[in-house]
Design a protein around this ligand. Structure first.
Ligand code: NAD
Length: 463
């Protein structure tokens, strides 16, 4: 029998996975409780901005392989493999709210008519699968076999389609080898598909130097598969994000010392990054980490450590350093325009938590704007893709969402680069120099060429 897949949760992970599976030839249901999202996908579009995804969704809908629905009873009885991709946000106390995971698995059990593999892709605390298995045992009154597999997701927003096609690893934690084999087989087919598609047409963004080099060095499929215990798979995902967050906070602490001593953070990071044991990635000081994953996964890991009486103070520090970065930015701003920020006009370029996405979850840029407004400034903000999302989250009489870099910079006392979109990196700041109140640039992502900017007559501060 040809496998039929259901994907529960149609967000960044779920929709990308569903669209790729459907294009690779699988009949794929994509289920969400949000009717608006489902209707948008039915019309062949993605509800969020993600490079390359629209082409994949449109084609999958056109060939009829992608079936968006809000109905578990339409999808689950027809499927033999179900991927859970619902959100796992933080509770107030930092623990992970598993409400959506349990709700969705409960609906799956209710609607299942035949043997099923449930693949947990949402990021969850270790031992969640055990809890799900217990729930399945209690609720599954039909004589059907339901296996739980943990296959955590490692895609990165802004390159989600690319990462799903050319995954660097597939971790499969399973108690049942046959269930693990099934999941590996699906990804084998995705891998084969990735080799035959005209991806230049689909994902031109993939063809920058980094991705070319990455593809040239991508190991064979078999070398990218890691079979583990279920608990290891769950734990290693949160471990990966906590470790990357730690690198960012580490770099930010070093940058604080650089600020006091005259050392240049980029030179320090370049120097240690040349050590292959350390590596250069994620050693970028600046506004700090944000987004739908790192903040909640760090908190979740702290919570897990506490639950098992493991002292993991290092992660408490990672979190503290990160939230302290807003103060660092404010202090740098004061160095540029003076102690009293009241009434000053500040331009904030970038609202999304990183370039290439419309996602503003836990965005440091939004936290910064909130602080600046509290300090009495007037903020003119611009983002190439995330403005609509930001408008839903935060409005204030002293915050103006602008339509262009030029309009956002009009009469500004300082231009703050909060997200390193290419549009901001490549912009000719000379062209707006005369429209500014003060020629100040605060580069919170170290993404501009300091020498060029200062030669043009700007006061420039980076990290
Ligand atoms: N976004 C990323 O870059 C990324 C990367 C790796 C792992 N993850 C993990 O994957 C999971 C999903 O993340 P995301 O960013 O795609 O989330 P998201 O918020 O974009 O999407 C989650 C979707 O689940 C839907 N949902 C909630 N309850 C449901 C239910 N009972 N039935 C059907 N749909 C339901 C929501 O309406 C929403 O559309 C999280 O655990 C996250 O930590 C995310």
């Amino acid at each position: 029998m040809q496998d039929i897949i259901s994907i529960v949760g149609t967000g960044f992970v779920g929709l990308t996975t569903a669209a790729v599976f459907a294009n690779a030839g699988y009949r794929t249901y994509t289920i969400d409780t949000d009717e608006n999202k489902i209707n948008t996908i039915k019309s062949g579009k993605s509800p969020f901005y993600e490079p390359g995804i629209d082409g994949f969704v449109e084609r999958a809908i056109t060939i009829g392989n992608l079936i968006p629905t809000t109905s578990y009873s339409e999808s689950i009885p027809n499927s033999n493999i179900v991927f859970i991709c619902v959100g796992t946000p933080s509770n107030e106390d930092g623990s992970v709210d598993l409400k959506y995971v349990f709700e969705s698995v409960s609906s799956i059990i209710e609607n299942a008519n035949s043997d099923l593999i449930i693949v947990q892709k949402s990021t969850v605390p270790v031992e969640t699968a055990r809890r799900l298995e217990k729930m399945i045992q209690e609720k599954n009154k039909k004589n059907i076999k339901i296996d739980v597999v943990s296959a955590p997701e490692f895609l990165r927003e802004a390159s989600a389609v690319f990462d799903t096609l050319f995954f660097d690893r597939l971790v499969v934690g399973a108690r049942n080898n046959e269930a693990a084999n099934k999941i590996i087989e699906i990804y084998k087919n995705v891998d084969s598909f990735s080799k035959v598609i005209n991806y230049e047409k689909f994902i031109d963004y993939a063809f920058n130097n980094t991705s070319k080099k990455y593809l040239d060095n991508l190991p064979l499929f078999e070398k990218r598969i890691l079979r583990t215990k279920v608990e290891s798979a769950e734990l290693l995902k949160v471990t990966a994000n906590s470790f990357l967050a730690m690198k960012i906070s580490f770099a930010n602490s070093i940058a604080r010392i650089c600020d006091e001593t005259g050392a240049i953070s980029k030179e320090v990071m370049d120097g240690i990054g040349m050590d292959s044991r350390i590596g250069r990635s994620f050693l970028y000081p600046g506004l700090g980490y944000s987004g739908g994953c790192f903040p909640k996964d760090v908190s979740g890991m702290i919570n897990t450590a506490n639950e098992y009486n493991v002292d993991f103070g290092i992660l408490e520090e990672v979190k503290k350093i990160n939230s302290g970065q807003i103060n660092i930015v404010v202090n740098k701003l004061k160095r540029l325009i003076g102690e009293n920020l009241e009434g000053k006009k500040i331009t904030v370029l970038g609202l999304s938590f990183k370039p290439g996405t419309s996602d503003i979850r836990k965005s440091q840029s939004i936290y910064l704007i909130k602080r600046l407004i509290k300090l009495g400034t007037i903020v003119n903000a611009f983002d190439p893709k995330a403005t609509d999302e930001a408008k839903k989250e935060f409005n204030d009489k002293n915050l103006n969402y602008m339509n262009s870099i030029e309009s956002a910079c009009q009469s500004s006392d300082c231009v703050v680069i909060a997200t390193e979109w290419n549009e901001f990196v490549n912009f000719d700041y000379n062209s707006i120099k005369e429209t500014l109140n003060n020629k100040n640039i605060l580069d919170c992502r170290n993404c501009l060429n300091k020498d060029k900017i200062t030669e043009s007559g700007f006061n420039y501060i980076g990290f």
